[in-house]
Design a binder for this molecule. Sequence first.
Ligand code: SF4
Length: 447
Amino acid sequence: MTKRLKNGYFIYTFGCQMNERDSESLAGFLTQMGYEKVLQPEEAAVILINTCCVRESAEQKILGRLGELNKHKKADPEVIIGIGGCMVQQPGMSDKIRTSYRHVDLVFGTHNLHQLPIMIERCRQSQERIIDVWDSEGEIIEELPERSVEGIKAHVTIMYGCDNYCSYCIVPYVRGRERSRQPKDIVAEVESLVKQGVREVTLLGQNVNSYGKDLQPPISFGTLLQEVNKIDKLERIRFTTSHPKDFDPTLIEAMTKAPKVCEQIHLPVQAGSNAVLEAMNRGYNRAYYLDLISKIRQALPNVALTTDLIIGFPGETEEDFADTLDLLEKVRFDNAFTFLYSRRSGTPAAEMENQISDETKRERFQKLLKLQNKISLEQNEPLVGQVLEVLVEGPSKTNPDKLTGRTRGNKIVVFDGQEDSIGQIVSVKIEEVRTWTLLGNLEDTRP
Ligand code: SF4
């Protein structure tokens, strides 16, 4: 039988990279309090769920998991069970948890996760349930625990919230308005990560292109990139997510001047039809998007471009869908992450009348996938014979005798090599390409 540790903690994380980063902070607080990470909830004295609510299907899964956790409370009434994050931030959700999930001790939102230590202490001492979800965002809390990272890559949150109100998205309602961190705090966090061996950082925000507009004095995202670019021993900088409407020429110029910033941009287009883009409230049309892509490619000819697409948005006709396929042909993304539209209550799109059937969505999805897979492979073919700079990450998961790493364009490369090159930049000559992976041979240890 698994033994429960008095100081063990276990965190379930659902959702995006922002949530992963929040879970790192929760873990940091627990470590500061003397807790240790354990591998199974059966070993933990504190079990937390950090939730996501972007998809309604995820919500059902999370509530199912929350219900299952009751067995730990029954096995040991001293176990603390907590839930936080985006899902909890929705109206009525904390009441639902209070009344229907009586084994839950702690409920907190996205704006007060820094209060976790106080909440756990109160809960321990008084044995009372603590339900504390803040409606508004308040100040950015910089006194988060020092991060301890393993590996050579890390994510760094540069801003919180989103002001865009895309009609299908719940984020602005649960993560609040845009708030940027001070550049000095971001630079200090990256410097500390680099001291721990990190070589690549990804700067994170729901819309990084509007970074700094709320600061006094305002600064641009391009300026921040140039500041982070100065950090010694840092090899690579990436960023996500970009909003096309805020991706201005100064950012393109900054990317050309900051050599550590990789030539890779994830630029969600979501749809190729003007009517759908308007219904989504995206703030741009296809002509604008295509023009932006052409400006980016002029400045950064080797750029790798990826995107997000939503299939079957309410009202999407066959012509609208054909426009999306046409846009894929025109842009030729290296990869596209495709989602079937799913109704998210609390958003304007959920109330739209002309919802698309699941069958139609699936048919369109298959067509789109086939096209994009073909394009992704064609985008990789010219790489055969090229020598690419690869940051070595470790043994390949699919072929442990080989190493794997990523190019500046974020493509996965599998090649023969020595473990002592992990964490280093090497040159790999590409011999064969597949849709998602490049295969090659080591040329040299440094390009
Ligand atoms: S930009 Fe749109 S899709 Fe992205 S987080 Fe903001 S509201 Fe949601």
